[in-house]
Design a protein around this ligand. Structure first.
Ligand code: ARG
Length: 476
């Protein structure tokens, strides 16, 4: 055999009579970032080769040689001794070429009934499944830290705000559980995304499947997919799984950001509600007195990356004609970097939360001012049969009076209360003051410690089941 021309050294070089311009190679390569898919690519190839042998498209010896070669390549990459080549474009061709160098011609049988178009969709779905599992575990750890903290502060009061104005007293435990709820929705969105992503795309080939007798169900089973995708064109043109993932990440990043913003506010001298351990703060290079909540600010700041990914993926897919187009290659670099950053936010947040203390005395004192017990006082009148609108008015006039006197509602004299409404007897004082007000809340989902305690217990069971809290699991 004559030595191959420069042009045909490419795995796709047969129809080319000229070598690729180096600038084209540099522009089109993706190996510099898609190499992270090597484990997924190799796992996919192993399952594919196993199936090819099972249906008789390759021999058992071919399969054994392919699996052995792929195993060695995985080891070399793992050890960091594998040489990735940008002239081989992407992870798929780097691995296939390395296999050819190891086992010769047999390597050429691996790509039977397969295209890089379904191969990349497979790699991405395998990658996504792992990332989602890891993210959900990290979210559960953050939730566990919040639940522990909620437990510690279940009876302590703090001001609840609307319009950033003091509104009604709440319990710290209740406040913290609000974030646990947000993260639970995030986790279920990720799980939902995983469900739809968990179908095998391999076998769609370039766009039209294959004339060869492959067994897609077998590959799906080998790779733990719930089934196979239905339409070969849709399969190779579909990136919904990434869009859903990017949205899930964005929603979760927004929750992280809102938590971060609240905690930054609460550390200020103006609020002075919490303290963050020195280990999770940084200083200023010029102002010696400074202790800054940089971890929280970076969590807040990194949100933009998820939003950017989502908007990038939407733009990328918007005008794309069916089926595969090379534009899709652009989905990966920002996907990988954003996901890494998002996970790092979750990783740091858990220990940081455990290093936060609430200044309970100061929070109680903050609750004394702002007439935050006005609503429960109005509700006291409602329980006596007064229409709410009238009760609202009566209490409003008392707030006005107290404000003019510079005192709290509970400091008003009984005759002053009575003058506003005859039902406001001495007994009405039983609802006044933040600590009494929180015990008055009677609706499910309110900050009354009796409800919060139940919520904490049910979260502990759930998080124990998810392995985020040590202890015996309730259900398997
Ligand atoms: N690197 C490519 C990507 O990320 C793999 C698929 C290439 N397919 C092709 N026909 N050029 O999408």
């Amino acid at each position: 055999m004559s030595s191959p021309k420069e042009s045909s050294k490419k795995l796709w070089g047969g129809r080319f009579s000229k070598a690729t311009d180096a600038r084209t190679e540099a522009f089109t390569e993706s190996i510099s970032y898609d190499w992270v898919l090597y484990r997924h690519d190799i796992a996919g190839s192993m399952a594919h080769a196993t199936m090819l042998a099972d249906v008789g498209l390759i021999t058992k010896q071919d399969k054994d040689r392919i699996l052995k070669g792929l195993g060695e390549i995985a080891d070399e990459i793992e050890k960091g001794v594998f040489k990735f080549r940008s002239d081989l474009e992407d992870i798929h061709m780097n691995i296939e070429k390395a296999l050819e160098e190891k086992i010769g011609e047999t390597a050429g049988k691996l790509h039977t009934a397969r295209s890089r178009n379904d191969q990349i969709a497979l790699d991405e779905r395998l990658w996504l499944r792992e990332e989602i599992d890891e993210i959900r575990q990290k979210i559960a750890l953050v939730q566990a830290a919040l639940v522990d903290m909620a437990d510690r502060y279940v009876d302590d009061v703090m001001p609840g705000y609307t319009h950033l104005q003091r509104a009604q007293p709440v319990t710290i435990g209740h406040y913290l559980l609000s974030f646990v709820e947000m993260f639970a929705r995030d986790s279920s969105r990720f799980a939902d995304c995983r469900k739809r992503a968990n179908l095998l795309p391999l076998g769609a080939c370039a766009l039209a499947g294959t004339s060869l007798p492959i067994d897609r169900a077998l590959v799906a089973k080998l790779l733990n997919f719930d089934g196979v995708t239905a339409n070969s064109m849709d399969t190779t043109a579909d990136r919904d799984y990434l869009l859903e993932f990017a949205f899930s990440m964005t929603a979760s990043a927004l929750h992280l950001s809102r938590l971060a913003e609240d905690f930054v506010l609460m550390t200020t001298t103006e609020f002075n509600f919490i303290n963050i351990d020195d280990a999770f703060c940084t200083g200023s290079s010029i102002m010696p007195q400074k202790k800054n909540p940089d971890v929280l600010e970076l969590i807040r700041g990194k949100t933009g990356r998820s939003v950017a990914l989502l908007s990038h993926l939407i733009t990328l897919t918007k005008g794309m004609p069916l089926a595969y187009n090379r534009d899709f290659q652009e989905d990966k670099e920002i996907l990988f970097s954003t996901t890494k950053q998002f996970k790092s936010c979750l990783s740091i947040l858990e220990p940081m939360l455990r290093a936060v203390t609430f200044k309970t005395e100061r929070l109680l004192e903050a609750c004394e001012w702002g007439y935050m017990d006005a609503t429960v006082l109005a509700e006291y009148l409602v329980r006596k049969g007064i229409p709410f609108r009238q009760a609202h008015h009566v209490v409003g006039s008392l707030v006005k009076l107290a404000e003019s006197r510079g005192c709290q509602l509970k400091d008003l004299r009984t005759d002053e209360l009575r003058a506003a409404h005859s039902f406001l007897t001495e007994e009405a004082r039983s609802v006044l003051g933040p600590e009494k007000a929180i015990l008055m809340y009677a609706s499910a989902g309110s900050p009354n410690p009796k409800f919060v305690r139940k919520e904490i217990e049910s979260w502990k069971v759930r998080l124990r089941d998810e392995g985020a809290i040590p202890g015996k699991k309730k259900r398997k």
